[in-house]
Ligand binder design. Structure first.
Ligand code: HEC
Ligand code: HEC
Ligand code: HEC
Ligand code: HEC
Ligand code: HEC
Ligand code: HEC
Ligand code: HEC
Length: 389
C-alpha cells in the first residue's frame, strides 16, 4: 500500500518553487547568465538576442554604433560629449546617457527624442541608477555590491535563477511562466512593465523604484506597490477613468481588464523571445485580436459581422481593434505616445466630462470629442447609457 505520508510529502514538494526545492536539497540555485542557456536552447537564444529586451542598455565603447544623434552638432541642451558616456539606454522612442561616478551611474542631463529628432532636457535624477533604474534593466542587480549577473533582460529575469537547471536540466527546476497561475504569470512581465515603488522602501535607508527581491514564480505584490490610483494632484499618474497616463504602464492597465481575470496574459499576445512584428507581437495587429474574437466567439464582440461593430471599413486604421480598444494616449516623451492596455473603449462623452483623451479623437486628431459623441449616437449597437451617460 502507498504510504499516505510519502504522498503528501511529494505533493508538498510539487508545490514548491525551484529555488525552495534547491534549498531543500541543500544546493543553492544561483544565476548563471544567458550565455549558459545558449548551449542547449540555441534557437530561442538567437531570436531573443535580437530583441529590444536584450539590447536596451549598451556600453558605447563596445558598441559605438548604438549612439543615434550627431554629437558634433552644437545644441544648447547638449552639455556633454561622447567621452562622458559610460552607458547608453534605448533608442526606439528615446535615448538616454549615463556617466559613471565611483561604483554608481547617474543620468546625463539630455535625452534624444528619436521621433522628433531633437534634444530635450532630462530633469536630472539625483539618485544613482541603482535605486531608480538598474533593477529592471539587468538580471540580479545586488543592492549591496552594485553588481549584476548581466545587463539587460536576460533569460533568468523571467525564468528565475537556473544553475541547478543548467546542471541537471528538467522541467522541475526552472520556472516556465506558462505553467504559473494568471497572477504570477503576468507578474513576470509586470515586474518591469509597470510604474510604482518597492513595497519594502526604505531598504537600509534608501528608496527604490523597482521591485527589489522579486523572483519569477513569487507574487509581485509582496515586493511592489503600483502607483496609487487615488493619489491627488501631480502625484497621480492615471487619467480620471483609471487608465495610465504615462510611459511603461502596461501592467498598471492590464490588471483592470476582464481579459486578465480570464487567464489571458501578456504572452498571449506578445512573444517575449522575439518576432518580426512590432512590439514582438505573436501576430500582426490586424489579425491578433481575431484569433480569440470574432462574430461567432463567446468573447465578443456580439455582432453578426465585425464591420457592424467597428463602423469602419476592414483594412482601414479605424477598423483595427487596437484603434478603439488601445488608444495611443500614454505619453513617453513630448508628443510621442504609446497604446493603453486597459482594452476599454473610452467614450468621447465620458472623456469630455473627465477632461481626458478618448478612443475616437486619439485617432481623429482634427475632430472634437463632441463630433465623435454625436457620431456614436447614430451607432445602434452600443448602449446610449454607456456612450452618453
Ligand atoms: C545542459 C542543457 C541545458 C541548459 C544549459 C539549459 N537548459 Fe533549459 N532545458 C533543457 C532541457 C533538456 C529541457 C527539457 C526538460 C524536460 O522536458 O524535462 C529544458 C527545458 C527548459 C524550459 C522549459 C520548461 C517547461 O516548462 O517545459 C525552460 C523555460 C528552460 N529550459 C530555460 C532555460 C534557461 C533560462 C536556461 C539558462 C539559464 C537553460 N534553460 C539552460 C536543457 C538545458
Ligand atoms: C520598473 C522597471 C523599470 C525601471 C525602474 C526603469 N525602466 Fe527603463 N525601461 C523599462 C522597460 C520595461 C522598458 C522597455 C519598454 C518601454 O520602452 O517602455 C524600458 C525602456 C527604457 C528606455 C528605452 C526607451 C526607448 O525608446 O528605446 C530608456 C531610455 C530607459 N528605459 C531609461 C530608464 C532610466 C533612465 C531609468 C531610471 C531613471 C529607468 N529606465 C527605469 C523598465 C524600467
Ligand atoms: C521577458 C521574459 C522572458 C525572457 C527574457 C526569456 N523568456 Fe523564455 N519564456 C518566457 C515565457 C513567458 C514563456 C512561455 C511562453 C509561452 O509558452 O507562451 C517562455 C518559455 C520558454 C521555454 C519553453 C517553451 C519553448 O518555447 O520552448 C524555454 C525553453 C525558454 N523560454 C527559454 C528561454 C531562454 C533560453 C531565454 C534566453 C535566451 C529566455 N527563455 C528568455 C519568458 C521569457
Ligand atoms: C490582448 C493582447 C495584448 C495583451 C494581453 C498585452 N498586449 Fe501589449 N500590445 C498589444 C498590441 C496590439 C500592441 C501594439 C503593437 C503595435 O502597435 O504594433 C502592444 C504594445 C505593447 C508595448 C509597446 C508599446 C506600445 O504601446 O506600442 C509594450 C511594451 C507592451 N505591449 C507590453 C505589454 C505587457 C507588459 C502586457 C501585460 C501586462 C501586455 N503588453 C499585454 C497587445 C497586447
Ligand atoms: C488569447 C485570446 C485573446 C486574445 C488574443 C485577445 N482577447 Fe480579448 N478577450 C479574451 C477573453 C477570454 C475575453 C473575456 C470574454 C468574456 O469572458 O466575456 C476577452 C475580452 C475582451 C474585451 C471585453 C472585456 C474587457 O476587458 O473590456 C475586449 C474589449 C477585448 N477582449 C479586446 C481585445 C483586443 C483589442 C485584442 C487584440 C489586441 C484582444 N482582445 C485579443 C481573449 C482574447
Ligand atoms: C485608429 C484610427 C481611428 C479610430 C480609433 C477611429 N477612427 Fe473613424 N475613421 C478612421 C479612418 C482612417 C476613417 C476613413 C476610412 C474609413 O471610413 O474607414 C474614419 C472614418 C470615420 C467616419 C466617416 C468619415 C468622416 O470623417 O466623417 C466617422 C463618422 C468616424 N470615423 C467616426 C469615428 C468614431 C465615432 C470613432 C470612435 C468610436 C472612430 N471613428 C474611431 C480612423 C479611426
Ligand atoms: C470604432 C471603434 C471600435 C473598434 C474599431 C472596435 N471596437 Fe470593440 N467596442 C467599441 C465600443 C464603442 C464598445 C462598447 C463599449 C462599452 O459598452 O463600454 C466596444 C465593445 C467591445 C467588446 C465588449 C462588448 C461585447 O460585445 O462583447 C468587445 C469584446 C470588443 N469591443 C471587441 C472588439 C474587437 C475584437 C475589435 C476588432 C475586431 C473591436 N472591438 C473593434 C468600439 C470599437
Amino acid at each position: 500500500m502507498t504510504n499516505p505520508n510519502r504522498l503528501s510529502f511529494l505533493f508538498a514538494i510539487s508545490l514548491m518553487l525551484p529555488a525552495q526545492l534547491a534549498s531543500q536539497t541543500g544546493t543553492p540555485t544561483s544565476f548563471v547568465g544567458s550565455a549558459v542557456c545558449k548551449t542547449c536552447h540555441p534557437a530561442i537564444w538567437a531570436r531573443w538576442s535580437k530583441t529590444r529586451m536584450a539590447n536596451v542598455l549598451n556600453d558605447p565603447k563596445v558598441k559605438p554604433e548604438v549612439i543615434l544623434p550627431d554629437f558634433s552638432r552644437p545644441d544648447p541642451v547638449l552639455t556633454f560629449g561622447i567621452a562622458d558616456i559610460a552607458f547608453v539606454y534605448g533608442g526606439k522612442l528615446k535615448q538616454r546617457y549615463f556617466r559613471k561616478s565611483g561604483d554608481d551611474y547617474f543620468p546625463l542631463p539630455a535625452t534624444w527624442d528619436v521621433t522628433n529628432q531633437v534634444w530635450r532636457p532630462y530633469a536630472h535624477i539625483q539618485q544613482p541608477t541603482g535605486q531608480e533604474c538598474d533593477g529592471c534593466h539587468s538580471v540580479n542587480y545586488d543592492i549591496r555590491t552594485k553588481t549584476v549577473t548581466e545587463w539587460n533582460v536576460g533569460c533568468e529575469k523571467c525564468h528565475g535563477p537556473a544553475s541547478e537547471h543548467a546542471r541537471r536540466p528538467s522541467r522541475a527546476n526552472i520556472v516556465n511562466p506558462v505553467r504559473l497561475d494568471f497572477v504570477r504569470a503576468n507578474d513576470v512581465c509586470i515586474q518591469c512593465l509597470s510604474t510604482g515603488d518597492s513595497a519594502r522602501n526604505p531598504i537600509e535607508g534608501k528608496n527604490y523604484a523597482w521591485p527589489v527581491g522579486f523572483r519569477p514564480g513569487t507574487v509581485l505584490k509582496d515586493f511592489w506597490k503600483m502607483d496609487d490610483r487615488n493619489a491627488l494632484g501631480p502625484d497621480n499618474s492615471y487619467y480620471p477613468d483609471g487608465t495610465g497616463h504615462g510611459n511603461r504602464m502596461q501592467g498598471n492597465d492590464f490588471v483592470t481588464s476582464v481579459m486578465y481575470t480570464r487567464g489571458v496574459t501578456c504572452f498571449s499576445c506578445h512573444d517575449v523571445h522575439g518576432t518580426e512584428n512590432n512590439a514582438d507581437l505573436l501576430k500582426p495587429v490586424s489579425v491578433l485580436c481575431l484569433e480569440c474574437h470574432g462574430p461567432a466567439s463567446p468573447n465578443g464582440p456580439h455582432v453578426a459581422d465585425i464591420a457592424r461593430h467597428t463602423h469602419h471599413q476592414q483594412g482601414s486604421a479605424g477598423g483595427d481593434c487596437v484603434g478603439c480598444h488601445m488608444p495611443k494616449i500614454q505619453q513617453t516623451i513630448a508628443d510621442v505616445t504609446v497604446h493603453a492596455h486597459t482594452f476599454r473603449f473610452i467614450s468621447p462623452a465620458v472623456a469630455q466630462a473627465a477632461k481626458m483623451p478618448d478612443s475616437c479623437t486619439a485617432c481623429h486628431k482634427d475632430k472634437t470629442s463632441q463630433w465623435a459623441a454625436d457620431a456614436l449616437r447614430t451607432w445602434p449597437e452600443f448602449s446610449p447609457w454607456r456612450m452618453n451617460p
